[in-house]
Design a protein around this ligand. Structure first.
Ligand code: FES
Length: 112
């Protein structure tokens, strides 16, 4: 169809750790990052492993259909953490990659 190019037009910009990444409507934030060769840790891509945790600094997101946020506890959700694999953009976004518990533990061990 002549208007099929509209579906592929990036609709929002996601700023992730200084990288500007176009995000198509309905595309998960993780998919957008990987599509543009931006390294973002990931594993399961279904909300269980928590490797794709990011902190939402600005903008609005919407969960993907049937989103599973099992990898986030209530405290993490309240502090603005989201799963990049389980959210889509609803506006331009600014995110930073969140440290995993393992990374925090490793950092604490190095300082001890
Ligand atoms: S990749 Fe596993 S929770 Fe997102």
């Amino acid at each position: 169809m002549w208007f099929s190019w509209l579906k592929k037009t990036p609709v929002y910009q996601m700023q992730l750790n200084g990288n500007n990444i176009p995000v198509r409507e309905g595309q998960s934030l993780l998919q957008a990052a990987l599509e543009h060769n931006i390294h973002l840790q990931s594993g399961c891509k279904v909300g269980n492993c928590g490797l794709c945790k990011c902190r939402l600094l600005a903008g609005r997101v919407q969960p993907v259909p049937n989103a599973d946020n099992a990898a986030l506890d209530a405290t993490e959700r309240q502090s603005g953490l989201i799963l990049a694999c389980q959210n889509t953009a609803q506006s331009n976004l600014r995110l930073e990659v969140a440290e995993t518990k393992r990374q925090k533990r490793n950092k604490a061990e190095q300082l001890a």
